[in-house]
Design a protein around this ligand. Structure first.
Ligand SMILES: Nc1ncnc2c1ncn2[C@@H]1O[C@H](COP(=O)(O)OP(=O)(O)OP(=O)(O)O)[C@@H](O)[C@H]1O
Length: 279
């Protein structure tokens, strides 16, 4: 796992947000989430501070992606509330962006026109769209590839375009669902570094889902381990993103232990769902 090379001075505190970014606070309060009325995760209480990078770990199927969808406003809770900046989240909004592992770029649009998309949805004029898109493409090191279609780019490059596209809309929150999971170790390390740099330039809040404890420790201000019955462990990283002072081995071991505990937690059974009794 490649550590970031950012220095203590630029990582000790959260960066000042870019002028057009208002970092979001987002909170899950006693949230149950599921599909067709059947919960897949319940009792989730998570409070994310503006400008924080929160990493969510948990075994496969525990509901991490489902939680991100709810934060992004794509899924309404079965119980509890999702609150962003004091208001209930009731649907998607431009200030909450999602980045997926799967390639979510529009294949018929060039890299630049993909990055322009959120600006176009905001009604930004063509010339300004192009200026902002080119600025973000430069930040992610893809200026030379602006005219390429996604199919003409490598997997790592497409992830960079996704990152640029998410950030171009100046969101207050970016929800990232295992965005680097399909990349080789070296590309993954450079993407983690790029994420930290672009986050520092934007100042937005990030909720990042991964299976990889080391990735979590490289990126996070705070790590939560999610089980089917809510958060089972929470770890604040003492010197986040400081490669000179990496998290202690004990902290890594504790997170791994919490993860293995979640494997043994019983799945939610519809028969034991208390809401069934009231229905
Ligand atoms: N659209 C859907 N309809 C019905 N069930 C779904 C849907 N999406 C996810 N699920 C189910 O919800 C549960 C949680 O899925 P989710 O994708 O949130 O888990 P996850 O923790 O992100 O898993 P992974 O780490 O494998 O990506 C799983 O049992 C999954 O099958």
């Amino acid at each position: 796992m490649t550590a970031t090379t950012t220095t203590e001075t630029d990582t000790a505190a959260h960066p000042a947000p870019a002028p057009d970014v208002r970092p979001a606070a987002i909170r899950a309060e006693g949230v149950s989430l599921g599909y067709a009325g059947e919960p897949v995760v319940e009792g989730v209480d998570i409070d994310v501070s503006p400008g924080e990078i929160l990493v969510v770990l948990g075994h496969s199927g525990c509901g991490k992606s489902t939680l991100l969808r709810a934060f992004a406003g794509l899924l309404r809770p079965l119980a509890g509330r999702i609150v962003a900046d004091g208001a209930d989240v009731t649907g998607p909004a431009a200030e909450r962006a999602l980045v997926f592992q799967d390639d979510a770029l529009l294949p018929w649009r060039t890299a630049r026109r993909n990055v322009e998309l959120p600006l176009q949805l905001h009604g930004v004029a063509r010339r300004e769209r192009r200026r902002v898109a080119d600025e973000w493409l430069e930040r992610v090191g893809l200026s030379r590839y602006a005219e390429r279609l996604p199919g003409q780019l490598s997997g790592g490059m497409r992830q960079r375009v996704q990152l640029a596209r998410a950030l171009a809309g100046s969101p207050g929150l970016i929800c990232m669902d295992e965005p680097f999971g399909a990349l080789d170790a070296q590309t993954r390390g450079s993407m983690q570094q790029l994420l930290v740099e672009t986050w520092a330039a934007s100042g937005c809040t990030v909720v990042f889902v991964t299976h990889d404890v080391d990735e979590a420790l490289v990126l996070a201000d705070r790590v939560v381990v999610l089980g089917r019955h809510g958060v089972v462990a929470e770890h604040r990283i003492d010197h986040p993103r400081d490669s000179a002072r990496p998290p202690a081995a004990e902290q890594r071991a504790e997170i791994l232990a919490a993860l293995s505990r979640t494997q043994s937690l019983a799945p939610i059974s519809p028969r034991t769902d208390p809401r069934k009794d009231v229905a």
